[in-house]
Design a protein around this ligand. Structure first.
Ligand code: NAD
Length: 258
């Protein structure tokens, strides 16, 4: 039985109702988990307002700002988790960033600044979050992150994010090896292309989606809720033997050679 009643789940990366993290939050909630949500703060508070509206129906017990580049906010986030729940069972890392320069044109033209910023937000943040989650996952736990096939094979314009995702997938393996003895499992979902805010920054995302719809065995791409279902499974006892893996939720696209 897939039942997350009594489990505490912190979900990062909801920007709006198209976000993959929103699909995940809904399915975790449906399975009975208590939800905590972080949002990326901005000066005008627009993200906060938007995310608050989106998540309100799920009544999260935690709602805190967390820019992963801000160490004080990271610390505060997990302090609030400890004060509210005492323990954490599920951590969803569902965020990434690369600027325009990193997502179009020549790979060789990417600047040091773009590279550093993207890898810090998209890759380093997983291990750094795990550092704070580890002591709170005293009864074991599940950490799930999101990756894309562009971290394994060359996808036009994915450029810098491809390097970030390659690093992220390796981070999953190192974390799984480190945290396994504490019964903390760490996995990644490699999702097919979905129209979201982040995806719209990648040049030619619609072409990618149309290509997948034409070629993938299921002749379509996937939805946020399908990714949410897999994240919920990976976070449940049904997946108790799975760690360090990258699970493709991509309508089968990854197996195709042509
Ligand atoms: N959409 C796709 O086609 C697709 C496919 C495979 C994997 N993914 C991955 O899924 C994850 C979620 O992306 P999405 O497509 O749902 O887009 P999205 O724009 O809805 O979500 C990206 C999130 O990253 C957050 N973020 C960016 N910089 C941050 C920072 N410094 N600190 C904290 N949060 C920050 C944003 O606030 C946003 O909530 C990303 O890791 C993305 O690479 C997306």
């Amino acid at each position: 039985m897939l039942d997350l009643t009594g489990k505490n789940a912190l979900v990062t990366g909801i920007a709006n109702n198209r976000s993959i993290a929103w699909g995940i939050a809904q399915q975790l909630h449906k399975a009975g988990a208590n939800l905590g949500v972080t949002y990326l703060p901005d000066e005008k508070g627009r993200f906060e307002k938007k995310v608050r509206e989106v998540v309100e129906p799920l009544n999260p017990s935690i709602f805190v700002p967390c820019n992963v580049q801000d160490e004080a906010q990271m610390e505060e986030t997990f302090k609030v988790v400890e004060e509210t729940w005492g323990k954490l069972d599920i951590l969803i890392h569902c965020l990434a960033f690369a600027d325009k320069e990193g997502l179009s044109g020549d790979f060789s033209g990417i600047s040091r600044e773009s590279f550093t910023q993207s890898l810090e937000i998209s890759t380093f943040s997983l291990g750094n979050m795990a550092k704070y989650a580890k002591p709170l996952m005293s009864e074991g736990g599940s950490i799930v992150t999101l990756t894309y096939v562009g971290g394994v094979k060359v996808i036009p314009n994915y450029n810098l994010m491809g390097v970030a995702k390659a690093g992220l997938e390796m981070t999953v393996r190192y974390l799984a090896a480190e945290l396994g003895p504490q019964n903390i499992r760490v996995n990644a979902i490699s999702a097919g292309p979905i129209r979201t805010l982040a995806a719209s920054a990648v040049g030619g995302i619609l072409d990618m989606i149309h290509h997948v719809e034409a070629v993938a065995p299921l002749r379509r791409t996937v939805t946020q809720l399908e990714v949410g279902n897999t994240a919920t499974f990976l976070s449940s006892d049904l997946a108790s033997g799975i760690t360090g893996q990258v699970i493709y939720v991509d309508a089968g696209y990854e197996i195709m050679g042509m």
